[in-house]
Ligand binder design. Structure first.
Ligand code: PMP
Ligand code: GLU
Length: 418
């Protein structure tokens, strides 16, 4: 067996992807699992985008392209990112402020690699998406978790941010609309956080706004409005969520600091050469095309949000906050800790086989997810994956019929706990 480097050995596997794979394997084995685990729109890719891919294949877009992305996609992404900023004149972003990557995931990873060094502290408000902490560790930085609470709508407060800052703080990674909580930062809260950051000129900001089109509060406030911080801010977006194009693997970052874009491009040139050319062409057409499809999908997500909220009301032991964006429900389930599954449940049998002493007991969000998977046949992700072990996450990016069926199964399974 080969030696795995310490740097990689300390990284955990993505728990969202792991649960999705587990649910898929159970399904393939004939178990009727409903998966609420993966954050991925179930809609087909818009028809005009599919046409663009076919045209790109026919046009033989099958060779290497520029490292930072095709000129067409960079221009389209710059215009798209600028369209979210309410400026009186001129565009906020130009083509050369954009670096196209393999999904928003790689854009974030590149940004963190480029900004963070050994021992640098990175502030991560939790609950947060599973990959930030591991990316920071990859860069040999230190994640500094700042817990946000359901009572505060899972929003970072300026006071908590100020308290977390030390002379070693290099970066804040903040996500709005948030995965997993569905929290959305309004313009006022962003501005108050920006006031804190203005007092600390050495701290950069990665604003992950990949869900900004999927927002139920009207226009989604963006960090790009904080013009005084723009020279040390990296905005992240992509086509995965808004256009239902997760498998195309196209995302990008936008930044006004040319030396940062240059450094990131250098890194990317050594890592991937460029993102897939036909996929870039598809993404360009998505951004340039009519956005009605995006708004229709968001309306469908909002209807699903309303449905899952309504169905949550009579689930025993759940405490929920209404998500304002993205497509996740993040109930607090602490009231269920200490309850027991039936002795003949699959969960109890599984725990007994593992040699666990009190094998019917549900001790944690991890164990509740295990129970819901084995006895409810619904796959969810434990909040511990997001740094909040009092909650579980359900993705409602699936049909209303699946939401109804899954919630019925969850209710029945939870009602059987004593
Ligand atoms: N940021 C957040 C908050 C996400 O939930 C995701 C979902 N995968 C990503 C980034 C990465 O997006 P992509 O699929 O474009 O890599
Ligand atoms: N972002 C999605 C999620 O949170 C996809 C999986 C991943 O990239 O982690 O489920």
């Amino acid at each position: 067996m080969m030696h795995i480097s310490d740097r990689i050995a300390q990284i955990s596997a993505s728990p969202t992807l792991a649960m999705a794979a587990k649910a898929a394997a159970m399904k393939a084995a004939g178990v009727n699992i409903l998966s609420m685990s993966l954050g991925e729109p179930d809609f087909p890719t818009p028809a005009h985008v599919k046409q663009a891919v076919k045209a790109a294949v026919d046009a033989d877009m099958s060779h290497y392209g520029p490292v930072a992305g095709t000129p067409g996609l960079r221009a389209a992404a710059a215009a798209y990112m600028s369209s979210f900023v309410e400026r009186k004149s001129g565009d906020t972003f130009a083509s050369d402020d954009i670096l196209v990557s393999v999904g928003a995931k790689q854009a974030i990873c590149n940004a963190i690699e480029t900004l963070v060094g050994k021992g640098d502290e990175v502030i991560l408000p939790t609950p947060c998406w599973v990959s930030y902490s591991e990316m920071v560790k990859l860069a040999e930085g230190t994640p500094v978790y700042v817990r946000t609470r359901m009572e505060d709508d899972f929003l970072l407060t300026p006071e908590a941010l100020e308290t977390a800052i030390t002379p070693r703080t290099r970066l804040l990674v903040i996500c709005t609309p948030n995965n997993p909580t569905g929290a959305v930062y309004d313009a006022e809260r962003i501005s108050r956080l920006a006031q804190v950051l203005l007092r600390h000129p050495n701290i950069a900001i990665v604003a992950d706004e990949i869900y900004n089109q999927i927002c139920y509060t009207g226009t989604c406030a963006t960090w790009a409005e904080q013009t005084e911080l723009l020279d040390r801010m990296v905005l992240v977006n992509g086509v995965s969520k808004a256009f239902a194009m997760t498998g195309y693997r196209i995302g990008w970052l936008a930044c006004k600091d040319k030396s940062f874009i240059k450094a990131c491009t250098r890194l990317q040139g050594q890592q991937i050469t460029c993102a897939t050319m036909v996929a870039q062409s598809a993404a360009e057409q998505a951004l340039r095309g009519d956005l009605t499809c995006v708004h229709e999908m968001t309306q469908a997500f909002e209807k699903r949000r309303d449905l899952i909220m309504q169905l949550s009301q009579d689930i025993p032991g759940w405490k929920v906050r209404c998500p304002k964006g993205a497509f996740y429900l993040f109930p607090d389930v602490t009231a269920l800790f200490g309850k027991h599954a039936a002795a003949d449940s699959s969960y109890a049998q599984h725990k007994a086989a593992e040699g666990v002493d009190d094998h019917t007991l549900i001790r944690s969000a991890d164990e509740l997810c295990e129970y819901l998977l084995l006895d409810g046949l619904v796959a969810c992700v434990s909040g511990s994956a997001f740094g909040e072990d009092t909650c579980i996450r359900l993705s409602y990016a699936c049909s209303e019929q699946q939401i109804r069926e899954a919630m019925q199964r969850i209710r029945t399974a939870i009602q059987q706990l004593v």
